[in-house]
Write a protein that binds this ligand. Structure first.
Ligand code: ADP
Length: 464
């Protein structure tokens, strides 16, 4: 298996290599083609120039040719690869490169043919001869045979130019390749480094170090998302761990008090310090009930954890549920001399009847518990286009705004000393919240110390 760094560097280098090779090849083909066309045009011009120069060497007045200049033109053409033979109008030879310097002509023919065969075999050319008229206006003065390597040929300098061009292209290619490998390595390192760091931290998190975080900065969007997700995961795990610890601590704390009371009472009775009177046994029973209700609350809470939440939905009427929930508090309401009003109605929704009853019971129970003697509780049922809901409002002791964000947490009891007397375990509202959210609904609270509290539950009218 290869590392990400190696793979990335290799991939980048390969892409650049292929690109550079392709560009170099296409540039080479294109430039060579253009250059050959240019040479072809140049050679046409050259032939026309030779013809025109030669035509000018005829003296009309004397009817003679300037053989010296024709010789110079012929020699200069010969050096450039054109072997010429000049005739007058009656086909009498005036100047012939072959005759003048046979070996030089052979040399020129040999050099050009060899060069072209070696370097441009695809041209597949050969020496050809073409006759041109030497004219002055419409008058024919003579003829010239021009032999050259056709369709075109490249001189030594032309080849040098092409070679230099190729070297430049190769150098550019090599340079780009080196540069790309270098950039590839740097880029791969920049991408792989945060990933490696992430892997490292993830391993630590998996090993139980939930407080580990990835602090690596990256400008790559996906890696940034990955880092954020892993940090979030670590944060959630850390929270879960803290909650688990808190839960164990809270449960043992909650159990310790009633168990200690029970133990001391029973020991006192066994030792004969106390008579097992009806009241003492009833007090022990109260403590046992306390433990029982705590265990049943814990059980409820466990069943309400999202993964365990199983809702048995049916068509329910919220108003009916609230009325029968309130009925359970008749005695408690009377004892505290509390007035209660239930108003409003709403259409039926699909929900778990037992669970929604539990919500209503817990909220009414709290309103009763935290109301002062002679207070009042108002329950209002309402409906909107896509939801139904109710609120339970009391004018009781209220909750301090600092405590409001925590009251839905497990075992949270605002003003703990005050609440121990009320007998609450601090689980009621977390149960309510789990049930409401399990139904896709929302719960909110408004409260003011000494003025009262209002809890509002909203449930969606889902038809599933
Ligand atoms: P508990 O069993 O202690 O009532 P809950 O989860 O039901 O636990 O409530 C959490 C805390 O929120 C309570 O301890 C109490 O301090 C506060 N609380 C809940 N309802 C009310 C209310 N209607 N009025 C005042 N305080 C409330």
């Amino acid at each position: 298996m290869y590392s990400l760094k190696t793979k990335l560097s290799f991939a980048i280098a390969m892409v650049v290599l292929i690109t550079v090779a392709l560009i170099s090849f296409l540039a080479n083909v294109f430039i060579e083609k253009q250059f050959n066309n240019y040479i072809l045009r140049q050679q046409e011009l050259k032939k026309n120039e030779i013809v025109s120069l030669l035509s000018q060497q005829y003296n009309k007045n004397t009817g003679t040719w300037n053989v010296d200049l024709i010789h110079s033109i012929g020699m200069s053409a010969l050096y450039e690869g054109y072997i010429i033979k000049v005739y007058d109008v009656e086909n009498n030879p005036i100047w012939d490169a072959q005759k003048h310097d046979m070996s030089l002509c052979a040399q020129v023919i040999h050099d050009i043919s060899k060069r072209m065969e070696e370097k441009q075999p695809l041209v597949n050319g050969e020496f050809t001869s073409k006759t041109f008229q030497l004219t002055d206006g419409n008058e024919t003065l003579g003829y010239v045979d021009i032999s050259y390597f056709g369709p075109y040929f490249l001189s030594e300098n032309d080849f040098k130019f092409l070679d230099a061009l190729n070297i430049v292209l190769i150098l550019i290619g090599v340079f780009s390749l080196l540069l790309s490998v270098l950039f590839g390595i740097i880029l791969a390192k920049r991408i792989s480094q945060p990933i490696l760091k992430t892997v490292d931290v993830t391993k630590k998190i998996a090993g139980g170090n939930y407080n580990e975080r990835i602090n690596e900065k990256t400008k790559t969007k996906e890696i940034d998302i990955l880092i954020k997700s892993i940090n979030h995961l670590a944060f959630s795990l850390e929270n879960q761990e803290a909650l688990r610890k808190q839960l164990t601590e809270d449960v043992s704390h909650e159990l310790r008090t009633p168990i200690a009371i029970l133990q001391s009472h029973i020991e006192a009775m066994i030792d004969g310090v106390w008579e097992p009177t009806k009241e003492r046994l009833a007090s022990c029973n109260d403590e046992i009930k306390r433990i029982g209700s705590l265990v049943s609350d814990l059980e409820k809470l466990h069943n309400l954890d999202s993964e365990n939440l199983e809702l048995h939905k049916s068509e329910i009427n919220l108003a009916d549920i609230i009325h029968s929930a309130a009925k359970k508090f008749d005695v408690a309401l009377k004892e505290k001399n509390l007035a209660i009003s239930i108003n409003g109605n709403c259409s039926e929704i699909l929900a778990d009847v037992d669970r929604i009853s539990q919500v209503a019971i817990n909220l009414i129970s709290n309103a009763v518990k935290y109301s002062k003697e002679g207070g009042r509780i108002d329950i209002n049922i309402f409906e909107t286009n896509d939801s139904v809901g109710f609120n339970v409002t009391d004018n009781g002791i209220g909750i301090h705004e600092n405590e409001l964000p925590f009251i839905f947490e497990r075992f949270y009891r605002a003003d703990k000393s005050r609440n121990r007397n009320t007998g609450g375990s601090g689980l009621g509202l977390s149960i309510v919240k789990s049930i409401v959210e399990g139904h896709g609904g929302k719960i909110s609270v408004k409260s003011k110390v000494d003025s009262g509290s209002s809890f509002e539950v909203i449930l969606p009218k889902n038809k599933i």
